[in-house]
Design a protein around this ligand. Structure first.
Ligand code: ZN
Length: 133
């Protein structure tokens, strides 16, 4: 059984052709950041016909199952990350690309008090980059 099928089986997701293609894409590199619109281009190049809505549904499903992490960059674009370790990101605006920053690279000298009744869930840090002029 292929690695993609194993992952789908393990998470009780039916191994449709589209799902297998999505998971295979995610598995290509060890750590990958992807948006639905980047993924649709890749799948269409492989002649896999899929709507953007289906891609979103599949990526969200994989995120719900813990296969991917989901977060927003600049409040509008949803990214999915296969690096499940706690880490931060550079965002390269010119290339529309995320680069991992190891958690140990950033430390806090001051941290706000958590509002009462709440606990810290996660911390997202994105350092936006642009080309030097
Ligand atoms: Zn990442």
């Amino acid at each position: 059984m292929s690695e993609a099928k194993k992952i789908l089986n393990k998470n009780n997701l039916r191994p449709t052709k589209q799902r297998i293609a999505i998971v295979e894409f995610i598995l290509q590199k060890n750590k990958i950041h992807v948006t639905a619109s980047k993924l649709i281009k890749h799948l269409r190049n492989k002649n896999i016909n899929i709507s953007l809505a289906t891609i979103y549904n599949n990526l969200n499903e994989l995120a719900d199952k813990g296969v991917l992490k989901k977060f927003y960059v600049n409040n509008d674009k949803m990214w999915f990350d296969t690096n499940l370790e706690d880490h931060y990101h550079f965002y390269d605006c010119d290339k529309d690309e995320l680069i991992d920053i190891d958690k140990s690279e950033i430390s806090f000298s001051k941290s706000p008090e958590i509002p009462s009744g709440k606990i810290k869930d996660s911390v997202n840090i994105i350092i936006n980059l642009k080309n030097k002029i």
